[in-house]
Design a binder for this molecule. Structure first.
Ligand SMILES: *Cc1c(COP(=O)(O)O)cnc(C)c1O
Length: 406
């Protein structure tokens, strides 16, 4: 790939997504469940670019959304309503109402109060709403504390006891249809064992619900399949799916899986240009034109991203690759071995396809960069670089004549 040419055409920083890679990962996961009914629901929050969603929808992929705007984006991208799930720990009334009207597959419920609220809204709309309950299996996923979600100290889901009560309540309601059961214990999981363990706990719960005449049709194992940012050993997909299947002990359900990062992280690269090199008392810094505003993961989770120079690897020395933002936490990589760099040299920040653009901000009044996709050696722009006009378009001039008194 001619990165210099891409930098000249689209400017830097620039997101580059390999759609062939996304396709092969989707098919790999889908096929690993081939022995059973399954629905892969891509976690839209990982990267909600419309072209990317459309590409996945065309492969038959479903979508796991955490706001109604994500549902709207999925529908706009051509997703079928019956392949869309709405999750999220704090859904607003208007989001619940819109989700019901859109007749999506199910709403994942995260608390008793939310269950009662969904029932009330369903009653107003005279609808029997399909729901799934997110159960917190109290399992340690052994990942970064910020992305662990399945322990009792995390805000997500409900206990097994409360879940039972909620299923019984929903079963009796004229306006709720409990069709699914859900858990999601965390992100960037590198070992399948915690998921399989959780799967067993939830499958047992499902069995006891069956005895109460509550027939669950969708067994949603969440997302969280990790990727090798730093040559880590990752989940073995065969063991993962076999473990989940065997935990079901013959119970006949559709398995729902909500991968975000697994499908898109490795597909993406962030192309950035060196602005300056500098040295502070012997410490080498490479200042680039990308920053935490385009890739927050290093700042937020001390996450590692491989950074590659597009020039010969000679005279290597360690450096911190940092952005121009006025924060000490604005770094993209620490202690990276890179050759001598000159202003204008290009670097690639790898594995930036997930939680890159979707966490991007305008901090320091920076403009969000463009994104392109690569498919079969062809390139297409899929998101324009923001303009200064975009940046200020919602701001209203202060004229001194007030709307009303407060
Ligand atoms: C974030 C999230 C996912 C996706 O997580 P990944 O680590 O990107 O796979 C799936 N399901 C739920 C409920 C989530 O919150």
């Amino acid at each position: 790939m001619d990165y210099q040419n891409l930098a000249n055409t689209y400017e830097t920083p620039l997101y580059i997504y390999d759609f062939n890679d996304i396709k092969s990962r989707y098919l790999e996961l889908k096929n690993s469940f081939s022995a059973r009914k399954s629905l892969i629901c891509y976690a839209v929050k990982a990267n909600s670019n419309l072209s990317l969603l459309k590409f996945l929808a065309n492969l038959g992929c479903g979508f796991d959304c955490v706001s109604f705007n994500e549902v709207k984006k999925a529908l706009l991208a051509g997703a079928k309503n019956y392949n869309i799930i709405l999750s999220g720990v704090g859904k607003r009334d208007d989001e619940i109402e819109e989700a019901i009207k859109s007749n999506i597959l199910m709403i994942n419920v995260e608390s008793k109060a939310e269950l009662l609220q969904i029932e009330k809204i369903s009653q107003n709309l005279n609808n029997k709403t399909r729901i799934s309950i997110r159960v917190n299996p109290n399992i340690d996923p052994k990942t970064h504390p910020y992305i662990s979600t399945g322990l009792k100290e995390n805000k997500f889901g409900v206990s097994i006891e409360l879940a039972k009560w909620m299923y019984l309540y929903a079963k009796k309601s004229d306006f709720l249809d409990p069709v699914g059961i859900h858990f999601h214990i965390g992100s960037q999981l590198l070992d399948e064992q915690p998921i399989i363990e959780a799967s067993k706990i939830i499958a047992d719960l499902m069995k006891s619900l069956k005895a109460l005449d509550i027939d669950i049709k969708f067994f949603d194992v969440g997302g969280g399949i990790g990727v090798d940012y730093e040559d880590e050993k990752t989940i073995n997909l065969y063991n993962y799916t076999q473990g989940i299947l065997s935990s079901l002990n013959g119970q006949d359900v559709t398995i729902v899986c909500e991968p975000g990062r697994f499908l898109v992280a490795k597909s993406g690269k962030l192309l950035t240009k060196v602005l300056y090199e500098k040295e502070n008392l012997g410490k080498r810094f490479v200042i680039v034109d990308a920053a935490m505003s385009e890739l927050l993961r290093p700042s937020l989770y001390q996450a590692f991203h491989n950074i590659k120079a597009l020039k010969p690897y000679e005279n290597l020395s360690k450096c911190d690759v940092v952005g121009p933002i006025c924060e000490s936490g604005d770094f993209l990589g620490k202690d990276i071995n890179l050759p001598n760099l000159n202003s204008g040299d290009l670097l690639l920040i790898e594995d930036s396809g997930a939680y890159g653009f979707s966490m991007a901000s305008n901090y320091n009044s920076r403009l969000k960069p463009a994104a392109i996709c690569v498919l079969d050696d062809k390139i297409q722009l899929i998101c324009k670089k923001e303009s200064f006009e975009d940046l200020i378009k919602n701001e209203v001039e202060f004229l001194g004549n007030f709307d009303e008194k407060h």
